[in-house]
Design a protein around this ligand. Structure first.
Ligand SMILES: [Zn+2]
Length: 327
């Protein structure tokens, strides 16, 4: 899995790895690379345009009470003492709604103790479009890094579940809404590639608002790249479990997150491409109660099961025992 180029050329890899590069001649690869370079140059005109005038949300997305001590449940609306939720694995004590859980704590929940080895922790996003709306993309990335103490919106590595080696990637929703840019896409791809090369199962825990708009088309290309790596793994008969946390939407839901051999959702999770409000405005119809929530999706065959956080490790282990034979 060596990458002979610097971090900036990861964007070019997005193009190159769209298809299976092994089947392409060196000449074709060079042509593709120069095409992608000219495309990157072409897209720099975006920086000359006036600001699109994007308005800031009047309400923060996180529905938190004024003090950090208290959090309002996004499902039942109960006001909960924050420490109490943390102690309860970030699950609402009133209605079992599963809040977003910090990635490092989730690793402890899912993997055997001290088995996780993180890979590519130093991959960081660049700013190919020099994007700026209300503030510059580069500045937003630095602010998120400071806030979350993580370098990007996903981490990946390998570890063990009940002694079985697994490749795992997790989204960090706190980092720019878990949006998928080039680096996140690359990490997910490498997670699948590792599973393929080492004949292990793979797990991706998704919690994402979708593609990262600040990286434009580079973000959208991650959908194809991740799915192509996943397909290679699936052809080799290796199982992949998609664990869908609240919320999983946009380009992440429209690619690898919905392609699990087994799709597990957390209670209360909102999963879908566009959000219910956008759909309602588009089709001008009232949507049914609980639309796009985990129970609704289970009832309509979009997911296989709803897994409470306390049972997730056990369920992952059981599924892999049935679907995977270590070599
Ligand atoms: Zn609740």
């Amino acid at each position: 899995m060596g990458y002979p180029y610097g971090i900036r050329t990861l964007y070019l890899h997005s193009f190159l790895r769209w298809g299976s590069s092994s089947s392409l001649s060196k000449e074709v690869l060079l042509t593709l690379r120069s095409a992608s370079i000219s495309m990157a140059g072409y897209m720099s005109w975006i920086k000359d345009l006036p600001s699109p005038g994007i308005q800031q949300r009047s309400q923060p997305v996180e529905s938190k009470a004024p003090s950090d001590l208290w959090t309002k449940c996004l499902d039942c609306g109960a006001i909960l003492y924050h420490v109490e939720i943390e102690r309860n694995r970030y699950v609402c004590v009133k209605c079992d709604f599963h809040f977003w859980m910090p990635v490092r704590e989730r690793l402890q929940l899912l993997l055997d103790a001290d088995t996780f080895v993180e890979e590519d922790a130093d991959l960081i996003p660049t700013d190919p479009l020099q994007f700026k709306d209300l503030s510059a993309y580069a500045g937003r990335v630095v602010a998120s890094q400071k806030k979350t103490k993580e370098m990007e919106a996903a981490i990946w590595g390998h570890g063990k579940i009940d002694g079985r080696k697994v490749s795992i990637a997790l989204f960090n929703f706190e980092f720019m809404g878990g949006s998928m840019g080039s680096v996140v896409g690359e990490k997910i791809t490498r997670c699948f590639e590792y599973a393929f090369e080492n004949r292990t199962p793979a797990i991706v825990v998704s919690a994402s608002g979708g593609a990262r708009m600040q990286e434009g088309i580079y973000s959208l290309m991650q959908m194809a790249k991740t799915c192509s790596a996943l397909q290679k793994m699936k052809r080799a008969g290796l199982p992949y479990i998609s664990l869908l946390a609240h919320p999983t939407t946009g380009g992440v839901a429209a690619s690898f997150a919905m392609l699990g051999d087994v799709a597990m959702a957390e209670p209360g999770a909102l999963i879908g491409f566009a959000g219910p409000r956008v759909i309602e405005q588009t089709i001008r119809q009232k949507l049914p109660e609980g639309f796009q929530r985990a129970p609704f999706l289970l009832e309509h065959g979009m997911i296989d099961l709803i897994a409470h956080r306390k049972d997730q490790k056990k369920l992952l282990s059981q599924v892999f025992r049935h679907l995977h034979r270590p070599h």
